[in-house]
Design a protein around this ligand. Structure first.
Ligand SMILES: [Mg+2]
Length: 278
């Protein structure tokens, strides 16, 4: 089995909604204007911690109003496509993204892709779905036998949750489901989290999702901005002429950085202004 550590969760250090953003560095403003001058551009953005300040209840996350305003202005410009690229499922993204912005969506770290409403690339094919069902049939009786344990369905698999299970029983169940899964399907991706073990028949990254979106839309240039470890996969697939921006202080492959979602708004505003002037 492939072992992965779960990351990209909703917790991080960005919490201050009110701090005024300091101006962008001059070199980044120049890069944003260069980017804005392309005829067709894809502006692909992580959501949590990038457009929306981090919150404790994932469904309560909302993009900064100023960011929504800039995205609404940008989508009026012909040739601009906006995309949200998230670890959230598409269903979870639908709860939190602004309804006033029409965006392509990459969900579940690249597993799910919605180019436009009604134009979705399925996360799994029929063969993969059969693997998920076989695994579910094998593990469900083990989970059902433990008080408080439950199964969450995911786009390419499912997660076994043990948060409200007694510690000893939780450990025993996690061991049992891992062993049963390994015996049934050696090609599974298994992710361990806190009180959860997740099984998936397909693995993807935000980089895979961004590549698929680029292949479909064929923009002249791509901007990607994100704050988390999983965003590095998307930043890593940017090409010459694209623009990668890290949000926050963490280490990154991105050539440019903003300090916060508030400062990212200034970057979006610079693109919108440049396109309005053109
Ligand atoms: Mg994020």
């Amino acid at each position: 089995m492939t072992e992965r550590t779960m990351n990209g969760g909703p917790m991080s250090e960005h919490r201050d909604n009110s701090a005024p953003a300091s101006p962008l560095e001059a070199g980044l403003v120049d890069e944003l204007r260069r980017f804005a001058a392309h005829e067709t551009v894809l502006i692909a953005l992580d959501f949590d911690g990038t457009l929306a300040p981090e919150v404790d209840v994932p469904d309560e996350a909302r993009a900064l109003p100023a960011a929504v305003g800039q995205l609404a202005a940008l989508q009026q410009s012909p040739g601009v496509t906006i995309a949200f690229v998230s670890g959230r499922s598409l269903g979870s993204l639908d709860v939190v993204v602004p309804s006033s912005v029409t965006a392509a969506m990459i969900g579940s770290h690249g597993l799910e892709l919605r180019i436009a409403p009604g134009d979705e690339v399925p996360a799994v094919d029929a063969a993969d779905r059969a693997r998920v069902e076989a695994l579910h049939s094998a593990l469900a009786p083990l989970v059902d036998a433990v008080e408080g344990a439950w199964i969450e369905h995911k786009p390419a698999g499912f997660a076994v949750h043990t948060r409200v299970v007694a510690t000893d029983a939780a450990g025993a169940l996690q061991t049992a489901v891992r062993e049963a899964a390994a015996a049934l399907d050696a090609a599974l991706t298994v992710r361990d989290g806190k009180n959860v073990v997740e099984f998936a028949v397909r693995d993807a990254t935000k980089g895979d999702g961004l590549r698929a979106l680029r292949a479909r839309l064929q923009p002249d240039a791509v901007l990607f901005a994100g704050d988390d470890v999983t965003d590095e996969d998307a930043l890593a697939v940017l090409e010459p002429g694209d623009l990668g921006i890290k949000v926050g202080e963490a280490s990154t492959v991105a050539p440019w950085r903003v300090s916060s979602p508030q400062q990212l708004v200034l970057a979006l505003a610079a693109i919108a202004e440049a396109r309005q002037r053109a």
